[in-house]
Design a protein around this ligand. Structure first.
Ligand code: FNR
Length: 182
């Protein structure tokens, strides 16, 4: 059956390497898999229970509905200070308050990168921890951790220029699709 994924991007930067990866995903998807961007998490206010009490911001409910309707979510994010960027954590904090929980039982794949060698591995494991509370079904392998990301993606054309990296990312999308179909 056809499956549909949405992409949650952890960087707000216009020239972001991770934005390039996120935008490259639809073209790397196998047959029967469609992929859309969720939109900018920079539009979400800082989480506050007071704001929530006034009613969830439209940007939150819109993204939460699209997550709930999708067959899976691909989170593409840099590592900030060995962890999850604040803007992404903020978005997840908002989504965690929406009922029913949009991430509950949802297949999720994580892709991190870094100009350094470790490819955002530390952020990736912090993110997995957060997703436990959100009750997501996080894909275990393959783990996409793109080291030396500046030489592997082209931020100007939104492409993964390194063939091996592109193929590996495609394998992860296929694994997420197989999980979503189970
Ligand atoms: C970073 N960067 C970074 N890299 C890394 O591998 N581990 C880290 O802990 C951090 N910490 C960190 C904190 C902050 C505040 C910034 C701005 C950056 C470097 C980061 O990986 C690099 O800037 C990437 O290019 C960010 O991803 P985008 O915006 O290009 O997608």
């Amino acid at each position: 059956k056809p499956v549909h994924f949405v992409v949650l991007l952890g960087s707000l930067r216009r020239g972001s390497f991770h934005r390039a990866v996120a935008e490259a995903l639809p073209a790397l998807a196998p047959e029967g898999v469609t992929i859309d961007q969720l939109g900018s998490i920079g539009d979400l206010p800082h989480y506050s229970a007071d704001l929530q009490a006034e009613g969830f911001p439209l940007a939150v409910t819109d993204m939460a509905e699209r997550i709930a309707a999708a067959d899976g979510v691909i989170i593409v994010t840099p590592e900030y200070n060995y962890s999850v960027p604040g803007a992404l954590k903020n978005a997840l904090d908002w989504f965690s308050r929406v009922q029913p929980q949009p991430f509950a039982g949802k297949p999720v794949a994580i892709q991190t990168g870094s100009p350094g060698a470790i490819g955002g591995a530390r952020a990736q494991y912090h993110l997995r921890q957060v997703l436990v509370f959100l009750d997501a079904q996080v894909l275990t392998k393959p783990e996409v951790m793109i080291g030396q990301i500046g030489g592997k993606v082209d931020a100007a054309t939104h492409a993964i220029s390194d063939k091996g990296t592109a193929a590996f990312v495609g394998q992860q999308i296929a694994a997420l699709a197989a999980m979503a179909r189970r």
